[in-house]
Design a protein around this ligand. Sequence first.
Ligand SMILES: Cc1cc2nc3c(=O)[nH]c(=O)nc-3n(C[C@H](O)[C@H](O)[C@H](O)COP(=O)(O)OP(=O)(O)OC[C@H]3O[C@@H](n4cnc5c(N)ncnc54)[C@H](O)[C@@H]3O)c2cc1C
Length: 524
Amino acid sequence: MLTRVIARRDMNVAVSESTQVWMMLAWIGGTAEQQAKHAASVLHGGVVPCLAYSEPEHGADLAANRFVAVPDGGHYVLSGEKWPINRGRTSTHVVVLGTTGDDTTPAKRLQSMFLVDRSQVLSGTVTGVPRVPTHGLRGCDISGVAFDDARVDASARLGAEGEGLELALRGLLITRTFCTGLSLGTGDTMLRTVAGFLSDRILYDGAASEIPYVSESLANAYLSLLVAECESLVAMRGLHLYTEQFSIWGNLTKVQVARMVDFNTKVLARTLGARYFMRAPEHVGTFQKMLRDGAVVSVFDGSEPVCLDSIALQLPALVKAHGHDRDEDWRALYDLGAELPAFEPHRVSVFGRGRDATFASLPALIDRLAALEASAGCDEDRLAVLRAQAEHLRQELDTLLARAHDIRRSAVQNPATPAPETGKTTPPALLRVAEELSDLHAKIAALGIWLFNRDQLDAFFADGAWLEAALTRHKVREYGTGDLDPATARALVDRMNAQRTGHELFSLRTVRLAAPGAREATTA
Ligand SMILES: Cc1cc2nc3c(=O)[nH]c(=O)nc-3n(C[C@H](O)[C@H](O)[C@H](O)COP(=O)(O)OP(=O)(O)OC[C@H]3O[C@@H](n4cnc5c(N)ncnc54)[C@H](O)[C@@H]3O)c2cc1C
């Protein structure tokens, strides 16, 4: 939520401050002594970490990194360049991956992780690499960091020697989940800006926002934000409850939420009209700024293809685990009022054995829906539609996993000839399955949130018309013109406008925002 409210104001602040989260690597891989030391310096203030994994020549292929960390007595000597790095020049601490292995070391054990306090470097230098001009995030220090024979105490190493790549991946699974807050924040401001502008703009003797085409576009964009919020909320709760499962989940949720907001961006740009192309504030320049800044989410921290590839690689495990999950009480996952256990970052694992609580909960959600009684606003007809839609989700999941199995078997039986000149050979068709699973995941999350929170949230939420509309979409991240039932479109636009003019976040819940120009926020 914090990420979300900061990002809706300014992604530059959100992205710059987000580097604080990298200190968490001490909690994933550090010793109790390291944790105590870093906790003290973080709590004292003034710690600005950066994450230095990427290298100019190797991009997403982290295993190919060449930055070196040579053990020397009780020290390591670090040399090489990391680029592009958020806060590369301005950080006080650097979380860096360096090669400690040799030619005989397996690739995945070659690198170790170091948390370097720049003020504690014993000899040599750590310098900033010039800032990279970017299309968005112009207020951020997107630059690099170069180490030249920088000698650090061996206690700077987090985890065992050779464990660096694994630690790096574990950390990314957590931050990919946090990235959903960045998307939701920019998505909120873009919709708010467009809806505000068009409701004040008079065309054809009325507000432009009331042109049915415009109105439906705004309704659909709002619906997408609600579903994206469900996916994000369930993932955040899942991080506390099913921490070991995030090797798949973290990727699914980052891909899906960013995609929903990115699709909205295209639609909203078209809906805003010519002013989408103009940067000056009087021409709603905020929209352009959010568009450029928000586009980074599907690029960094594991780009969309990298996340999809990671899901694709785990599909065999997902197929194998499917149908073998224990039936559980899913209240803690979906009920927004239920207590959560403390988050234990060390439980994040690079291989979750194909388990995913959201998918596993679907049969129980279907049963819960079957037992639901009609109520005011949600009559038997709607319940019948929702039950059919939920059953369709189950069939879709079975079909997708069967398809994944067939694609993989075919790839093994008929290897490509000539063999591709790359070590990365995941069939694109499997990434496509991963995409479709991301959509399905968000639909199930929305169903679960609805079923477990109907009694606590308002009538708009409880009647389920929004859910029916979301489940009607083939790919929940996309929508076309003319698909939305007019009454549902009206209800969505009215709710969106009430939240906009009432200074609330676009959300299933009531989340008060400071009124424009207010000097301090009002608490609800
Ligand atoms: C604003 C910004 C901030 C950043 N901050 C940091 C930071 O703080 N720390 C840091 O370490 N890095 C940072 N990065 C780097 C970012 O994580 C890299 O962009 C990322 O590693 C991918 O590298 P690349 O874009 O050069 O693409 P490349 O890795 O060169 O990829 C080239 C092409 O291959 C595709 N591809 C690559 N791998 C796969 C795969 N597994 N499956 C399918 N297709 C694939 C890509 O999608 C792309 O189309 C930042 C980048 C930006 C833009």
